[in-house]
Design a protein around this ligand. Sequence first.
Ligand code: G1P
Length: 295
Amino acid sequence: MKVRKAVIVAAGLGTRMLPASKVIPKEILPVVDKPALQVVVEEAVASGIEEIVLVLSPNRTIGLDHFQPAPELERHLEQRGKHDILESVRQTNQLARFTAAWQDQPLGLGHAVLQAREAVGDEPFAVMLPDDIFDSERPCLRQLLDTSEALNAPSVALMRVAKSEIPKYGIVEVRPARPRLYELRGMVEKPPIEQAPSDFAIVGRYVLTADIFDLLARGRPGAGGEIQLTDGLLALNKKRKMFGYEFEGTRYDLGDRVGYLTAQIGFALKRPELADNLRAWLRTRLESGHFLAKL
Ligand code: G1P
């Protein structure tokens, strides 16, 4: 299968990051100096995706604005000879082709993905959740695309989670196939720990086939009273072989305050112009015993 389009769902209320996300959609909050949404779009492009379908809430459109040209700002930077910054600003509107799809009401992730149906059409597509960002040598979505292309089947990114974390995720039942590769045998959204089929959680990258749209359209509210993508996946899995791939790399959960903070540090340490100063600060804090005060 050849995947050209990625659906990025950016229509949530961002309640886990309030009050920061009261006015600013959480996907626009920065990871160092880039909106999280841009980090995810760059992962999509680096994975070979050509078109991004952004699912937005109609009253929160700045996610789309970020990828449009900003002629006045560009002129200003050009006149002042700030070429590096100009380049980084221009990059944002040359990354990919964007289409918007709208979710009028927050009825759940499955419902949000369904809103991209017209923009996606009848071809296989990726879904990316911008709460989840990855630091990996081979982009996380590329790892999934390689899996789906080789097996001609839908796939999801998997990660083992601590028992206590299980009720926060879609959890899969698996049959090991090869190292890191699992055949999916079932899945359940946010189960109680004792009902979880494994400790493998789905994290926010999926490669799906267009027949999931019919299944989502028929979907009934599930966990939390929402139309869940996981329930659509379960229905799809009844029709098709599907796989989970335990991705290689580090995942940060931007919807969690500690995940958000560690993402800042992790991504800043990858930037040579920032890493030395940050490392020096971390070192003095560590040496002064500040970080370990409570250990
Ligand atoms: C969503 C999905 C869940 C998945 C998680 C990954 O949940 O519904 O299946 O495990 O993303 O981050 P949410 O975080 O929106 O509650």
